[in-house]
Design a protein around this ligand. Structure first.
Ligand code: SF4
Length: 580
């Protein structure tokens, strides 16, 4: 069987550890050099390695040996180094369609689209080589991608790419938004695109002063203002609220036509479903290798993803199927109120926030929905005692609070998570797979790793109310499913209450018993409504967005109805925006 060995030499302590690992290898001991040491560089020969599992056990953070599925018995499209990550296959590109790519982080999604975008020159496994289009044409001979790369080579397909990390734009670009966009406006459509993406009001703002959501929309505008036949969007809805997510999804959908293809990577499953026509699943082993499944209509692709099994490829990529259930009528867990507010209001500069009358009962999980800049975080801070408001608020409860923006310190993860490790290894540490992070410092973690660690830290504190502000940010689809389950199970186990602010409808719908809805005008005023029963709250919220949700018959996952479809019209007529 073909196998792949990935070695991170920086994670191996010193020469003596490397020599020790080399001495353990049965192939080396029998006289063949499988583990080599050249200078201080340890490498593993994948041909002679017999996959005994001894060296990855000796250095689990640094060495991974993975048996490849039979279907990948060919050379990779790209390999980062001799024992580095390998990418097999690429997603296909279809004109007149939005093609989605679904998969966990670290599986090569960004690498694959960088090859398509011409940013990463593939080496086909030969380190140091820079492949040309001729080789890509040869590699994909007999497939749709052969035709695509022929067109790219002939200059008939120009590519525009919106990168994943929009924060970099604020660090690398200076000046006003308008000036940046004018430079790339090959279509002379700055006014029209700015209007569609609702960025007209920030055109005169300095780029380095923009919020994450503003940067995201400016980055999308910049890529769309370029003339291209293929537009690639890597995570186009991060930092956006639901209203903006829906708007951006419609905008991206409308780009595809007979001369234009669109590729998109997205982690919000409901938005992914809404935005894409068809989709690939990327599978493999995190940071070791990644490959691309065959193409399917988006509905089938999502249901396959949830099932955890790729039938055509005969690959199981998750032990368990993800199941959604019909929501049972909420009968209330505990009639006792935990915290109550009456006539609360606060003025924060030009912004004012009002909350009429509401309460959180013991044992309830309350989801919070609303646009950006409408006071959700301020409300959370009032409950956490960080902001003082007028009116009545019972403040004699213990609150554990995970803020939206997390400051990462030098502290070691295992010190930060001491309470969680001592008390909740089974409930929190294991399901969130935090053990491999124990020896890292908080400021060395990726966005998704830090989010999981800080969420775990928040849950492990002894508290009456858990306030979690955007716990799904930076998480991939799989991690979102896991984190929502951990929060829900934990609250049930402890009989505690939680308030969860988030923009991912699937995430929030899964774990919430009730819903609060924030209305008003962003940056001017916010009005807090609820908590409502889930159906009532969703109905109020979705009606404002003018979208309807149904449950998929097979997976029971919520899906946004196509605007104007029979179901959409029927649900609107019945005033049942949520599930009908
Ligand atoms: Fe040697 Fe391969 Fe076993 Fe590692 S897994 S010890 S390289 S045979």
């Amino acid at each position: 069987m073909k196998r792949i060995a990935v070695v991170d030499n920086e994670k191996l302590r010193d020469m003596s550890q490397k020599q020790h690992i080399q001495s353990l290898c049965p192939v080396n001991r029998s006289g063949t050099e499988c583990i080599k040491l050249e200078g201080s560089l340890l490498t593993i020969d994948e041909v002679t390695c017999i996959g005994c599992g001894i060296c990855p056990k000796a250095a689990p953070d640094a060495i991974k040996i993975i048996n490849l599925p039979e279907i990948l018995d060919k050379k990779p499209v790209h390999r980062y180094s001799e024992n580095g990550f390998a990418l097999f296959n690429l997603p296909m590109v279809f004109f007149d369609k939005v093609t989605g790519i679904l998969g966990v982080n670290g599986i090569g999604k960004s690498s694959a689209i960088k090859v398509l975008a011409g940013i990463l020159k593939p080496n086909f496994g030969e380190i140091g080589k820079e492949g040309q289009y001729d080789e890509l044409i040869e590699f994909f001979k007999g497939t749709e991608m052969q035709l695509f790369f022929e067109k790219v080579k002939a200059g008939a397909v120009r590519i525009s790419y919106k990168p994943q990390q929009v924060e970099i734009i604020a660090k690398t670009q200076k000046g006003k938004v308008k000036d940046l966009l004018k430079k790339v406006d090959e279509k002379n459509a700055l006014e029209e695109i700015s209007k569609k993406l609702e960025i007209e009001k920030i055109l005169d703002n300095d780029i380095d002063k923009l919020s994450g959501g503003e940067l995201q929309r400016v980055a999308i505008a910049a890529s769309v203002l370029k003339e291209a036949e293929l537009y690639i969007f890597d995570e186009p809805t991060s930092y956006l609220d639901i209203k903006q997510r829906i708007n951006v999804s419609k905008f991206i959908r409308n780009l595809a036509n007979e001369n234009v293809a669109v590729l998109v990577v997205e982690h919000d499953l409901i938005i992914f479903d809404y935005m894409s026509d068809n989709s690939h699943i990327m599978y493999g082993s995190e940071d070791v290798y990644g490959s691309v499944s065959g193409i399917k209509p988006v509905k089938n692709s999502i249901n396959t993803y949830l099932s955890g099994f790729l039938k055509e490829e005969n690959i199981r990529f998750r032990d368990k199927q993800v199941k959604f259930e019909e929501r049972k009528p909420f009968i209330g867990k505990n009639p006792d109120k935990l915290i109550e507010w009456i006539g609360m209001s606060v003025k924060l500069g030009k912004f004012s926030l009002e909350a009429g009358e509401g309460a959180i009962n013991k044992g309830e999980v309350i989801g919070v929905l609303g646009e950006n800049g409408i006071g959700k975080t301020s409300f959370v801070k009032i409950l956490a005692g960080e902001i003082k408001a007028s009116g009545k608020l019972d403040e004699n409860i213990k609150v554990s609070y995970k803020p939206q923006y997390i400051e990462a310190s030098e502290e070691l993860v295992m010190i930060y998570l001491k309470d969680a490790i001592d008390k909740y290894t089974n409930q929190i540490i294991d399901p969130l797979n935090l053990k491999p992070l124990f020896l890292k410092k908080l400021n060395e973690l990726s966005g998704g790793e830090l989010q999981r660690v800080v969420t775990a830290g928040c849950l492990a504190k002894d508290s009456d109310l858990y306030l979690l502000d955007e716990p799904s940010a930076y998480l991939d689809v799989e991690q979102r499913l896991k984190v929502s389950k951990v929060i829900k199970d934990f609250m049930e186990l402890k009989g505690k209450s939680a308030l969860i602010v988030d923009h991912d409808l699937l995430f929030l719908g899964y774990l919430s018993d009730k819903l609060m809805v924030f209305e008003g005008t962003p940056s001017e005023n916010g009005i807090v409504k609820g908590p409502f029963l889930m159906e009532e709250g969703m109905n109020i919220f979705l009606k404002k967005l003018n979208i309807t949700l149904r449950r998929d018959k097979e997976s029971l996952m919520p899906r946004i109805n196509k605007e104007g479809s029979v179901l959409d019209r029927e649900q609107k007529e019945d005033n049942k925006y949520y599930y009908g």
